[in-house]
Design a binder for this molecule. Sequence first.
Ligand code: 1HE
Length: 261
Amino acid sequence: MSITALSADLSLELRGAVAIVRLTRAAKRNAINDGLVMGLRQAFEGFGPDIKAAVIAGDGSHFSAGLDLSELSERNAVEGMHHSRMWHKALDAVQFGRVPVVAALHGAVVGGGLELACAAHIRVADESAFYALPEGSRGIFVGGGGSVRVPRLVGVARMTDMMLTGRVYNAQEGERAGFAQYLVPAGQALDKALELAEKIALNTPATNFALTHVLPRIAEQSADHGLMTEALMAAIAQSAPEAKERVRAFLEGRASKVQKS
Ligand code: 1HE
């Protein structure tokens, strides 16, 4: 186990094949400034083949208060577009990097913090979590990919309502709406996220690639193209020696059965 401070506001901890990326700017509620955006991109682009899954979490009492509003004031329109594109590249590095990412959520998951959470592949929230898009009331719009990722998770109508009215979803409502896939007691999000990441790290690389890179593309394709992409990916995955060994292990009674939960 080793923890490296990537900057004053971001750390990387390696636990076997799982990397934990933590926002460490608790005094500012993990508000995301430009340095943090660039640090996140570097962290997620920097994983080598030994890392098989990642967890993203926030120190202190909130996951993230979103964009650091103190950096917003002096930007003109063109700079604003570059700024948004910088977020897009960083959050694409989270979503389309080498490994599946599990977000461990607690407290405020708002604005750009929610956009970051939505770039992960699985979200685990504890009972303190709440979700909002205060951009609406601040007179701005999402700029970190929220208009693409949030509706895919919870639908256009919910996002529109959140931004028009400032509606806040609590942890239970957020899980029902689809923000989080797991809801756990307060203080347990990181442990649960790690448990899931350790499981994910044992999947074959082809399976994890298919789920993080191919499935979201299939979801954007026409049914005809999607089925063709699925056939290609299925053939690649099943031809891998690890896949053949796993199937053989099941047939020979050496692998676990699917258990009722
Ligand atoms: C901040 C930020 C921030 C806190 N930028 N400094 N996001 C928002 O509109 C959410 C704004 N924040 C909040 O509503 C609240 O801070 C929280 C609900 C998240 C937490 O409340 P609380 O009572 O625990 O903390 P606090 O006392 O409000 O804040 C503690 C410090 O963090 C304080 O600074 P201090 O020097 O006075 O101690 C706050 O100013 C600072 N702080 N949030 C800068 N966001 C890619 S586009 C995305 C667009 C957006 O994300 S817009 C939504 C921005």
